[in-house]
Design a protein around this ligand. Structure first.
Ligand code: RNT
Ligand code: ZN
Length: 418
C-alpha cells in the first residue's frame, strides 16, 4: 500500500479515536455488508427472454450508450469487471427475464435449470444471488395489469410465474448457502382516476396469498413486496400502494421493499425505516435516485443516501436490512454506473459508521441542540475519505478515481467491440 494512503489513514484514525470511534472495527463491520447489484443496469432492463419485447410496466430507460450486454456471458463478464472495482463481497440481483437458456420458455414455466449457469458463476465468484419475477415487458401485461387483472386466466399466468420464481430463488439459496431475497413488484394501476379502487386490491391480495401458500424455508428464500406511488401510465392509481403492502407484509410476515423513488418527490424513505422495523422483521432497500420523478438515476452521495445509511447505522437496523440497488441509466458507461452507485452506497455506510453516534444521542437527549447541530456539521468534513481510500487499498480495489481508467480500458477492449 502507498505510504501516503497509510499516513492519511493513521491520522484519520487518531482523529476518530478522540471521539471513541474504533476505525479498525468499523472497517471489519463494513466488510460484512453485502450490496445486491441489480443485473438490469447492465443492459437497460432488456433481459434475454423475449428479447424483442419493449420495456413495459411504466418504467423507462433513456440513453443509448454503446456496449450494453447482449448475452448472459457478456453480462456476467461486465458484472465481474464492476465487482473488481468495488470493495467487499456482494450479491447479484437477477430478474426472471435474465434466464440463461437456449430454450423458448414462457415465464410461467421457468425452472431452476434455466438459471444453472448463473448459480455456477455465483459460486465460483463467491457471490450471493437475489431474484425478481418479471411482471412487465410482456404481452400479458400490456394493459397494465398482472396479479390484479380482472381476467382470471391472466392472473393465473402471473401467479404461476411468481410461484416459479420463488422455486428458482429457493434453489439459489440452497446452492449458495445464503438466502435469496425475492422481490415482488407489479406495475398494476390506472392512468386515470378509477371508480373502484378496492376490487383490484382484493384481487392482488388473493393472488399474493396463492403465491405465498407454498411454504419455503426462509434460510433459502425471503419474500419482499415493493410498493409504488405512480408509474408512467399508472399516474392516478397503483394497486400495490405503500399502505397496501405495509398491511400485507405485516399481516403475512413478509419484508417490505422501500424504493427511494416510489414516493412523493419530497417524501424520503430514510424517515420510514425505523417505523417499519418497529413492527416488521426485515426490509429490503432499492437504493435509487429519483430526479423529479421515479427516474432511477445513478445513486450519488446526496443527503438522502447519507440519511438512509445513518438510519441503518444509528438504529442498528443493518442486520435486518437487505440492501439492493435499483437504477438504470442508459446514457453513460453501464459498468461505471454500477461502480459509482455501489461505491457511493458503501461509502455512505462508512461515513455513517464514522460518526460519534452514542455521543450525539446523549447530546440530543440532554436537549443541547446547539451541540448536536455543531457536531453533525463538523463531522461532515472529518477525513472519512482517508479511511475509504485505505479500505479500498486493503480490499485490493482501485483507490479514488483509479477505477475509471480501468473502465475506460474495458470499454475500448470489450464494450466498443460488441
Ligand atoms: C419499478 C421498481 C422495480 C424495477 C425493477 C426492474 O418501479 O422499482 O423494482 O425497477 O424490478
Ligand atoms: Zn425498485
Amino acid at each position: 500500500m502507498e505510504q501516503s494512503i497509510l499516513n492519511s489513514y493513521n491520522e484519520a484514525k487518531r482523529l476518530y479515536a478522540l471521539h471513541g470511534i474504533d476505525v479498525e472495527q468499523v472497517l471489519e463491520q463494513l466488510a460484512e455488508i453485502k450490496i445486491s447489484l441489480h443485473c438490469w443496469q447492465g443492459d437497460d432492463v432488456k433481459g434475454f427472454l423475449n428479447k424483442d419485447k419493449e420495456l413495459g410496466g411504466g418504467i423507462a430507460v433513456t440513453g443509448s450508450y454503446p456496449g450494453r450486454a447482449g448475452t448472459p456471458e457478456e453480462l456476467r463478464r461486465d458484472l465481474e469487471q464492476a465487482l473488481a472495482l468495488i470493495p467487499g463481497r456482494h450479491k447479484v440481483n437477477l430478474h426472471a427475464i435474465y434466464a440463461d437458456t437456449e430454450e423458448e420458455v414462457e415465464l410461467d414455466k421457468l425452472e431452476p435449470k434455466h438459471f444453472e449457469n448463473w448459480v455456477h458463476w455465483a459460486k465460483e465468484q463467491g457471490l450471493g444471488l437475489d431474484f425478481n419475477p418479471t411482471c412487465f415487458s410482456h404481452e400479458k401485461a400490456k394493459d397494465g395489469f398482472t396479479l390484479s387483472h380482472p381476467d382470471k386466466e391472466i392472473r393465473d399466468f402471473w401467479i404461476k410465474h411468481c410461484q416459479a420464481s420463488r422455486r428458482i430463488a429457493e434453489s439459489f439459496g440452497q446452492a449458495l448457502g445464503q438466502p435469496c431475497v425475492t422481490n415482488f413488484w407489479v406495475p398494476d394501476g390506472y392512468k386515470d382516476t378509477p371508480v373502484d379502487r378496492l376490487s383490484p386490491r382484493v384481487r392482488l391480495k388473493e393472488s399474493l396469498d396463492e403465491i405465498f401458500s407454498e411454504k419455503i424455508d426462509e434460510s433459502y428464500n425471503i419474500d419482499a413486496v415493493e410498493s409504488k406511488l405512480f408509474g408512467i401510465g399508472s399516474e392516478s392509481y397503483v394497486v400495490g400502494s405503500h399502505e397496501f403492502y405495509m398491511g400485507y407484509a405485516l399481516s403475512m410476515g413478509k419484508a417490505v421493499c422501500f424504493d427511494a423513488g416510489h414516493f412523493h418527490p419530497t417524501e424520503v424513505i430514510s424517515n420510514k425505516l425505523s417505523s417499519w422495523l418497529m413492527f416488521g422483521d426485515r426490509l429490503l432497500l432499492h437504493v435509487s435516485r429519483p430526479v423529479r420523478w421515479d427516474s432511477d438515476h445513478v445513486v450519488t452521495m446526496d443527503d438522502e443516501l447519507l440519511e438512509i445509511a445513518r438510519e441503518l447505522v444509528r438504529g442498528q437496523l443493518l442486520d435486518r436490512t437487505h440492501i439492493g440497488l435499483d437504477f438504470f441509466d442508459g446514457s453513460i458507461n453501464h459498468i461505471a454506473a454500477w461502480v459509482i452507485g455501489t461505491r457511493n452506497t458503501i461509502k455512505a455506510l462508512l461515513r455513517a459508521m464514522l460518526e460519534p453516534v452514542e455521543t450525539l444521542k446523549q447530546i440530543e437527549l440532554s436537549g443541547d441542540y446547539t451541540s448536536r447541530l455543531a457536531l453533525v456539521e463538523e463531522f461532515k468534513s472529518y477525513p472519512f475519505g482517508a479511511v475509504w481510500d485505505y479500505y479500498c487499498a486493503k480490499q485490493g480495489v482501485p483507490v479514488r478515481e483509479g477505477w475509471l481508467s480501468e473502465v475506460k480500458k474495458y470499454e475500448q477492449e470489450v464494450l466498443l467491440k460488441r
